[in-house]
Design a protein around this ligand. Structure first.
Ligand SMILES: Cc1cc2nc3c(=O)[nH]c(=O)nc-3n(C[C@H](O)[C@H](O)[C@H](O)COP(=O)(O)OP(=O)(O)OC[C@H]3O[C@@H](n4cnc5c(N)ncnc54)[C@H](O)[C@@H]3O)c2cc1C
Length: 483
């Protein structure tokens, strides 16, 4: 059995950033994830907004880590080769009551340390957003807000940690824990066992169950579903900034935003029905359409190419829980990391490692830590399709697979797909390839390229195409080989 200094439970963006931060030190570290791949929880299905930091009440963990994380995000994305855009956000007012709320948010934002925040009048708002509804009266303009691809960030942070020596076990559903001398033994549902001195519980929606396994019942979590509609890139210029309504007790409400890949995202809803599998609904779509049409003129719904949903994992303390368990020494709980958890992740990771882990177990700095995530794919720090002809020729000369387009909608090459299967953490499923390369994310949603991706996955892994799944056991794509 393998012994580790630290085991991180949960392959989301919080666990990923922590794993990466841990590899800056001479520590033996492992991540265990219950799904067949990382980035399958909240970190896959969210809005992808790097929030400026005016929403959370001053003095809370949410406020503190939001502002710190937002300030770190650009550098982290550049190091990891993750797409990032500073598009700015606008909280739009439609009534006198809303204007009052903008003033509260402005004051709170300044207290939280947000820079470049101001209220703008209707004329300036119109100039920034020509498609905004005529009923809009003004907005809170946060120039520092950004957009990022949440699953790319998660995958890249875990990949970089693995390049720096971290181990990853997928399909490891932690179901049992036992003290074993100075170690804790974690057992998975399939009987696999691992030992760790410090256990980090960053299991998102599973954080309460994990804490309970350690005899810690100090918090309760719940789920709030958010549904989205995604528009084709053709409609990408509908808005320039991220547009919010004024927030309510249920959250920031439906937003209209560009994604970092140039699509338009509408949503999320906010429904607490206890369903652990987040699904989209007709009522959800109707609500999103009603709100988006209130925000913008002539939203091109005919350009919707897909829809999805994610579950926010909130907790009964209404703030991020980031603390060592009082019930079990060596267990660090990260729970209730709902929005702005994506934004906060780099700052949470620094805090957890420097102020918590290293205080329990001192470790030397790893002088061999590699900050950048290199591969032929991100040699130029941008997708292959955005390279100049000279750059493309350079890459194709190194690997001819970059000269073959597999996903025509998104312009993704065979080289990029093979790289996603070979690079840490390796893509093992069709969805894994999709999240790492965008192959299958375009207008045809994989209709043309999926069969070729299945073949490449089978070839790279030396298995039959019948073994290739969409997203893990039970989602096999083919039942019989063609003659
Ligand atoms: C609809 C929605 C919109 C959001 N929008 C934004 C936004 O715009 N900006 C922002 O900053 N934040 C946003 N958030 C919040 C952000 O997505 C989360 O804060 C963040 O993704 C949390 O990451 P995590 O690693 O804690 O959890 P997760 O990503 O959920 O990861 C937890 C992992 O633990 C694994 N796990 C669970 N149980 C076990 C077990 N027993 N053994 C092993 N592994 C286990 C899960 O499979 C999962 O992969 C949004 C969230 C949602 C749902």
């Amino acid at each position: 059995m393998n012994n580790y200094d630290v085991i991180v439970i949960g392959g989301g963006v919080v666990g990923g950033m922590i794993l990466r931060e841990l590899t800056r030190y001479e520590l033996k570290v492992l991540m265990v994830e219950k799904n067949c791949d990382v980035a399958m929880g909240q970190s896959k299905a969210n809005s992808g907004i790097v929030h400026a930091g005016f929403d959370a009440e001053t003095g809370t963990n949410k406020a503190k880590f939001n502002v710190l994380g937002a300030n770190m995000m650009q550098e982290v994305c550049e190091e990891l080769g993750v797409n990032y855009k500073n598009n700015g956000s606008l909280v739009v007012a439609f009534s006198k009551e809303d204007i009052k709320t903008l003033k509260v948010l402005l004051k709170r934002g300044k207290k939280n340390g947000v820079k470049n925040l101001k209220i703008i009048a209707k004329k300036e708002l119109k100039a920034l957003e020509p498609n905004i509804s005529d009923d809009a009266l003004g907005a809170l303009y946060a120039k520092s807000a950004c957009i990022v691809c949440p699953y790319s960030l998660t995958i890249a942070s875990i990949g970089n940690a693995m390049d720096n020596g971290a181990d990853l076990l997928v399909d490891f559903d932690t179901v049992k824990v036992e003290r074993d001398g100075e170690y804790t033994k974690l057992t998975a549902s399939d009987g696999r066992e691992v030992l760790g001195k410090i256990i980090i519980n960053s299991a998102g929606a599973g954080a309460e169950s994990i804490a309970n396994l350690f005899g810690d019942y100090s918090f309760k979590t719940g789920l709030r579903r958010g549904e989205y509609m995604l528009l084709d890139r053709e409609s990408g210029n509908l808005v320039n900034h991220t547009l919010f309504f004024t927030p309510s007790a249920k959250g920031k409400g439906v937003l209209v935003t560009q994604t970092v890949d140039g699509n338009i995202l509408l949503g999320p809803t906010s429904v607490e029905d206890g369903n652990p599998i987040p699904e989209t609904t007709d009522e959800g779509f109707a609500f999103i359409k009603e709100k988006a049409s209130q925000m913008c003129k002539s939203v091109p719904y005919y350009n919707v190419i897909t829809s999805f949903a994610g579950n926010r994992a909130f907790c009964d303390r209404h703030d991020f829980i980031i603390e060592e368990s009082k019930a079990y020494k060596g267990l660090i709980n990260l729970a209730g990391i709902e929005s702005p958890g994506l934004t906060s992740a780099p700052a949470i990771a620094k805090y957890v490692v420097n102020e918590m882990v290293l205080k329990i177990k001192y470790a030397y700095v790893n002088h061999y830590f590699i900050r950048k995530r290199y591969s032929i794919d991100n040699l130029f720090q941008k997708p292959f399709k955005e390279l100049t002809i000279e750059e493309k020729n350079f890459v194709i000369k190194k690997d001819k697979n970059y000269g073959k387009i597999i996903c025509r909608c998104e312009g993704i090459t065979e080289g990029e797909i093979r790289n996603a299967i070979r690079q840490n953490p390796p893509a093992r499923t069709v969805d894994g390839v999709k999240l790492r390369t965008r192959a299958g994310m375009g207008r045809c949603q994989g209709g043309f390229c999926q069969s070729r991706i299945v073949e490449i996955l089978a070839e790279e892994n030396g298995v039959s195409v019948l073994e290739i799944t969409k997203n893990g056991k039970g989602s096999e794509i083919l039942v019989e080989e063609g003659k």
